[in-house]
Design a protein around this ligand. Sequence first.
Ligand SMILES: Cc1ncc(COP(=O)(O)O)c(C=O)c1O
Length: 426
Amino acid sequence: MIRSLAPSVSRRGFVGASAGTLVAALGGCSRQAPPPSSPPPLTRPEGDTDADWAHVRAQFLLDEGVAYMNNASLGMPPRQVFEAVADGYRALSREPLHGKHDLQDAVADAVLPALAGLLGVRPGELALTRNATEALHLQAIGLVLERGDEVLITTQEHPAGRRPWQFRAAREGIGLREVFVPSPLPPAKEVVDRIESQVGPRTRALAFCHVTRGGHLYPVRELCAMAKRHGLVTLVDGAQAVGQLPVGIEALGCDAYSASLHKWLLGPVSTGFLWVREEARDRIHTAFAHDATPRAPAFEPPGTVDFPVRAALAAALDFATVLGLDRIESRCRFLSEHLKARLIELPGVTLLSGPTERSCPGSTIFQMEGLDAMAAVPRMEAIAAIHLDEHQRDGHDAIRVSTHVYNRIDEIDRLIEALPRARDSA
Ligand SMILES: Cc1ncc(COP(=O)(O)O)c(C=O)c1O
C-alpha cells in the first residue's frame, strides 16, 4: 500500500516555496522534537568578531577540540544542511514515488531560483552537477573547436581545469598553451598582459580560475574584457569562489562558469553547477543530446540523480542568504587578516598570499623554513588537532589554511603556537 507523505513534505507544499520555507518543510520532522542541543536561531551577524559569530558557530556539529581549517578542500555543512539531506532520504524511504517528485519539485521551485538569485543569473541557464570537476569537464568538451585551434590556460589551474583540455589535445589535436602566472599573484594588469601576449591567430578560448587552489583572486572582469576584444570564449573555474564572496556571474562577462557548492557554500557533498551564457550556446554544446538547441541546451548529465542531496542545497542557500555573502566575506577576511598578522611574526615564514585585492577572503598560503608541508599536515593534526592542507604547487612548499566563518581567533592562535613545534618535531 502506498502511504501518503507527511504534509511537511507533500508535493503541493513545495510548489512556489522559497528556500527558507523549503528548509522548514524538509526539516519538519526534526523541528517537531528539537534535540536538547538545538542551536540558537540563525541571524545575520552585526560585526566580524567571534562574539558576533558565536551563534553561527553553534550551527555546526564539529567534534569538540578539532579546529577545521581545510574548507577549501571540503566545506563543513551546518546542521540544517545535514538535517535536510537526512529528511530528503527519509521522504524517499517512506514513499519513493512521491518522495522523488517532491524532491525534484524542490530543486526546480526552490533550489534553482535561489541559486540563480545568489549568482545573478537566470535559473534556466544553470545545470546542476556532482562537483566542479564534472562541470569543468562538460564546459571544456562542449566547446566547439577544430583541429589546430588553440586554448589558453594558466599554470595555476587545478587538475580539474587542466585535464579536460589535455584530453582534447591528445584526442583531437587541439593546441593547449599554458601561460605562466607567478605566485604570489602580480597586479591585475600584469596578469592580463601576460595572458594577452600569448593570444595567437588560432587561439579560440581562455580558461582560468576565479580563485585558484592557493587562494589567488584573479581579475576576472579584466581578463574577460581582454578575451572579448580578441573574440575568445571565456571559461571560468569558480570552485574556490562561490560561497566565500559575492559573485555576480553574468556581470563578470565570461561565457561559462563552473563551481562546487560543497566547498565555501557549505552545501552537501557532491554538489556543483555549470552555467553557460545563453548567447554562448552556439559555441559551447552539450555532451549529451543530439537534439539540443540553444533554448534547450541539455547541459545537465541525464539520468537518476542524488535528489535528497540536491534538494538539501536549499538549506545551504538559505544559510548563506540569511548570513549574507557580504558578511561572510567580511568575517572570512577578519579571520585571515589575523592569521596573516600572526604568521609574519614567526621567524622563517614567507606569506605567499597577496594583498586584499589579489587574495580571496578565506584561504592563506605560506612557507616556513625547515617545515616540509606534506609532513606538516598530519603532524599539525597530531600535535594540535588542526586540519590543514599542503600547497606544493606553483613552485612552493607551502601550507594552505582555509578558514571559514565558523573558525575562531583562539583556533588561529593555536595554529601559530603549534607551527614551530611541528617544524621542530621533524
Ligand atoms: C580551483 C579548483 N577547481 C576545481 C576543483 C575541483 O572541485 P571539486 O572537487 O568540487 O570537483 C578544486 C578543488 O579543490 C579547486 O580548488
